[in-house]
Design a protein around this ligand. Structure first.
Ligand code: NAI
Ligand code: MG
Length: 341
């Protein structure tokens, strides 16, 4: 099968890490047709929209999309809307996935291997806020359908990836209706699940445990705002922004991206860490069912980290090109059956 992959480099270092991520997917032997589409701030400046209709259509038609990063204006700009939010809404990418693993780096906390599965279509982020004088009110929308759907996604992810435990995170003791409904609906899906342990934590306890005892977690499933915060907190164990990757997945479409932004402070210097984008490529391969290729890229990334091929964000002096070359060489060695592991 020839996959159709839409590449959306975007702004800043997105332009540097996405082309090399494509090269890594090719070196992993993925049979794909890649097309590139504009998105982001410079696209807005040129075309008057940060998410052109042809970009949206291309992501719709593709088997998967790889997004770099977009810059967003710090001031309010008339007509500008976040293209990342736009993609999520338009394509109904309701599940946001952030895996965090102990990196092979000195001083890293051992035995962390968890994934945060965040409901990404509702909750406090529905954008229904109002201000009346000195009072501001936000609506928190939770539905049984979306809560069941994210629990089902977490369960099927856990089964596919041999995960042992799912932890449901909420605050149902205080938010009795919204978190109450989320909890009930999710437990309805998760209760009595064969071979996978299910437990629940209040979000404040979960935050404490993520700091004190991150090894206890396997799959975390939670609502939108809680998931946003917990996934950033968890990523501290994974080696930082230069490494972290995420997936936005819906019923029919999926967008993969490094967690980092456009990093204007280091753009065009050739020193951006490409490993986060390679991590996004791993998630993309996993999603396509290309499990072996995903494992190869993951191993090659670990190998680069273990060999000290570090860009400046990790305290080294390697360039984007050097890290990429190393990873691609490893992939060629794997496919030739040569391995020094
Ligand atoms: P950022 O993630 O772009 O950068 C934060 C810091 O981490 C910077 O010092 C940067 O140099 C460093 N960094 C990030 N990625 C790196 C990499 N791959 N290699 C080496 N160093 C790296 O976040 P910041 O500075 O808050 O935002 C910059 C722009 O990116 C803003 O316009 C923001 O709105 C946008 N942004 C976009 C995101 C997206 O496209 N999903 C996510 C976060 C921010
Ligand atoms: Mg965030």
């Amino acid at each position: 099968m020839i996959y159709r992959i839409a590449l959306l480099p975007g702004d800043g270092i997105g332009q540097e890490v996405i082309p090399v991520a494509q090269a890594v997917l090719e070196a992993a032997g993925l049979d794909a047709r890649f097309t590139e589409w504009p998105i982001g701030w410079s696209c807005f400046e040129q075309e008057g929209t940060a998410l052109p209709p042809e970009t949206l259509a291309a992501v719709r038609e593709a088997d998967a999309a790889l997004l770099g990063a977009v810059s967003s204006p710090s001031r309010r700009v008339a007509g500008y809307r976040s293209p990342v939010v736009g993609l999520r809404r338009e394509l109904n990418l309701y599940a946001c996935i952030r895996p965090v693993r102990t990196p092979p780096l000195p001083g890293a906390r051992p035995n962390v291997d968890l994934v945060v599965v965040r409901e990404n279509s509702e909750g406090l982020y529905v954008g229904q806020e109002e201000r009346n004088g000195d009072t501001a009110i936000a609506r928190r929308v939770i539905t049984a359908g979306a809560s069941r759907r994210i629990a089902e996604w977490a369960l099927s992810y856990a089964r596919r990836h041999d995960r042992q435990r799912i932890t449901l995170v909420h605050k149902a003791n205080v938010l009795r209706e919204t978190c109450g409904l989320f909890r009930e609906s999710a437990l309805d899906v998760l209760d009595g699940t064969d071979g996978i342990q299910v437990d629940e934590l209040l979000v404040d306890t979960a935050a404490y445990q993520l700091v004190r005892n991150p090894e206890r977690f396997d799959v975390i499933v939670t609502t939108n705002l809680f998931g946003d915060i917990l996934s950033d907190a968890a990523s501290a164990w994974g080696g930082g922004l230069g490494i972290a990757a995420s997936a936005n997945i819906g019923e029919h479409h999926a967008v993969f991206e490094p967690v980092h932004g456009s990093a204007p402070d280091i753009a065009r210097r050739g020193i951006a860490n490409p490993l986060a984008a390679f991590g996004a490529a791993v998630l993309l391969l996993d999603h396509l069912g290309e499990t072996e290729r995903a494992q190869s890229v993951r191993a090659a990334v670990d190998s680069a980290l273990g060999a000290g091929l570090w860009t400046p964000d990790l305290g080294g002096s390697a360039t984007t090109a050097q890290v990429t070359e190393y990873v691609i060489n490893r992939l060629h060695q794997y496919s030739a059956g040569v391995s020094s592991h």
